[in-house]
Structure formats: C-alpha cells, structure tokens
Design a protein. Sequence first.
Length: 439
Amino acid sequence: MTAALPRILVVDDDATARLMMRAALRKAGYDVVLAADGEDALRRFSAEAFDLVMLDVEMPGLSGHEVCALLRARSDDLLPIAMVTGMDDVRSVERAYEVGATDFLSKPLNWALLGHRVRYLLRSHQNLLDLKQAQARHEAVLAAIPDLLFELDLEGRFLDCHSPNSALLALPPEQFVGRLMREVMPPDVAAVGLSALQTAYAQGTSFGKQYELALPHGLRWFELSVARKATTTGQTPRFIALARDITARKEIELRVARAAYFDSLTGLPNRVSFMERIGREIGRADHACHQLAVLFLDLDGFKAINDTLGHSTGDLILQAAADRFRLELRPADMVSRASPDGLEVEFARLGGDEFTALILDIDGPEDALVVAHRIGQVMRQPFLVEGRAITLTTSIGIALYPGNGRDAPTLLRHADMAMYQAKRAGRDKACLYGAPTGV
C-alpha cells in the first residue's frame, strides 16, 4: 500500500505565487492545498489535516501573523508553520517567531531549494514527534514503576528524583535535588546508601541492601539497588538508584519467623527458639566464665483441669501463666548476692503445660533456687478464669551449666529429670539435678 503524501497548506493572496509554490512542491513529492487568504486558510485547516503550513505575511484581511497565532492556538506546538515574507527587517522575523512560527522563508523564493527546505522542516517535525512519543513512553514506564528512582553522584548528591508515591519520601521530591544523602536522610540510612554507591562504583552494581525509614505514616522497609551509569573517560561517575518498598515482605518474614520461633498460644519463645538461645548463651558463658541455669517447669494437676473444665479453659490458664512469667517475674523481683540488680530470666513454652526458664550469669545453685522459689510463689496465686478461682502449683527441675551438662539437649534433659524428681518428692517443689530431695 502506497503511503500518503505529506499534505501542505499554502496560504498566499497572490495567485501566481500560490500556483508556483504548488508546482514546486508537487514536483518535490508533496500533496498541496491552496488558500487565497487567512479566512480561507482557517476554514480548510478546521476541515482537513495538514503536515505543514506555509503562510504569506502580507495579506488582506487577516495578516499572516494573525493567522499563524490562530493556527497555533488550534494545533499542537509541534506543527511546522513557515512564514513567507518579502520583508527583510528583523522585527518582522521576530514577530513571526513570537506568534508561533517554526521557520521563515524570504521572497523571492529559490524554487530549486524549496523542496529541500520543506523536507528539512518535515523531518525536524517528525523527529520532534518521535521524541515526544519516546518521552511519553518513558514517562509511562516511570509511572508504572512503584519504586523510588534516583540519580546520584559518588558523593551521594541527588541529581534527579522520581517517585510515583511521594508518601514514601522523607521530603518532597524537589527538595532532594542538589542535596547530599546525609543532609536529607537519617545517618544510618545515608550510611547504607553511601555503602551501596561505593560497591556500585567498584563493581558496577549493588543489590540487596536494606534499610528502615521512619515516615509520617509509620515505619517502612526499603531494599536498595544501585547501578553505575556508562560514562566517557574523565566524566564524573553517576549512578541510578532504585529503592523498593518491601514493608509487606518484611511483615510476612516477621510473621513466618514468629511462627517458627514463638508459641502461637502464649507468645513465649518455643522449643526451637529456647534451644538456640541456650546454645548462644553457652558460648557467652564460656567466654566470660559464667554459669547458667536451665529450669524445667510443669504445672501440677493441669491435666485434670483440661479433663474437667475443657481445653479452652486450659488454654486460658496457660496464657495467664505466660503473662505472669512476663509481668510478675521481673529481674528486680529476683535479687541475689551475685546480681543485686536482679537475675535475667528468659521463659519459653515447650508444649502442653511444660515451660522452661533460662537464668543468665548466676553465681551458683542458690541463684537458681531464688528464681525457682519466686516462680513457685507467683504460680500459687489463684487464676481467675471464667468466673472461677483455680489454684495450681508448679514442679521445677534445675540443671546448671557447666556442672550438669555442656550442651542444650543435655541441660534440658537433666532439668526434665530433676522436675520429675520434684514431683516424686510431693510436687510444688524445686529440685536440683543430682540433689537427693526437692526444696
């Protein structure tokens, strides 16, 4: 299919000039429409589409300048309008550009070159159209990107900023440009950004650095990716940085981690978390030459409560017990000779009615017994559940590190054995592993 010829509207009150321009332009391969004056030109422009308009300046009625201004108001800024003038004064040329002309041609016209001049104007017009479309595509792509996009130099100075969501920025976008990262970001966030820039400068890219930022509507997590832009020799390095809001992902990760390391019923650390914590604290105790104590707690008579009152009531008691561990067994309530400010205790739920406690930095078994005694006191207080006062006691077994074991499984097993020894001794007691009786 043959492509349509570019259409040119020629406006001139001189019939001879109109016909000569039409002949020259048709010879150059253009479709030409003639108008005898400004009013005729406006009518034709409203009814048809044109790729170029050629306007004589001096015409009766509406002048070429007036027609140009009206045409520009009815079209986009890219439509090429060439003024044809016999006047060679600078003011006439300036006036043509003021009313929106793209170019001007001086009479008498060079007919041999006219086609080339028009071809140049049309090519420039097409280049502008292509550029505008490319810019529109570029803006559409940027608008579709949900991430924060920055251009920076190696010092961390913002050269450009794009954000589809200004709520994710610490400042309005225009306040970033020209300022250093350390001037507009918290020190810890700026340190992450500068580290990523240095990595990208050395390696070309940097991925996966994360930071948390306090914004007016809450804390948000971001993941930063930086790429070094291609530059010529001697050109200052520039970088493109993309900050992605990963708050939702971090929240999922935290929920998954909580499910893996915390008991869903009580919110206390679970067995996995407790065993890992013992392992870490053993390493610290070895380094500092400290002792630890592992306590195994079992609620006496809890099975009977489940059997008679139901598991829902039992769950409420377990939750209340966990709350007591957290709120009533504070370091200040468990002062010892070695720790006048209080012993640090970490509780966990292994499952059922079995709880554990890890006591840090003890001076000897007496400190563990101080904690066990305080736990017994707290747990003897009645639980008010569903209008009932339910009284429970606790049997506690104690294993000491390093005397009763040098790893987490051994310590927990020995504490469990000591707990059963406390039950055999009459319940509501605490028993040290290897000791003959409970206390």
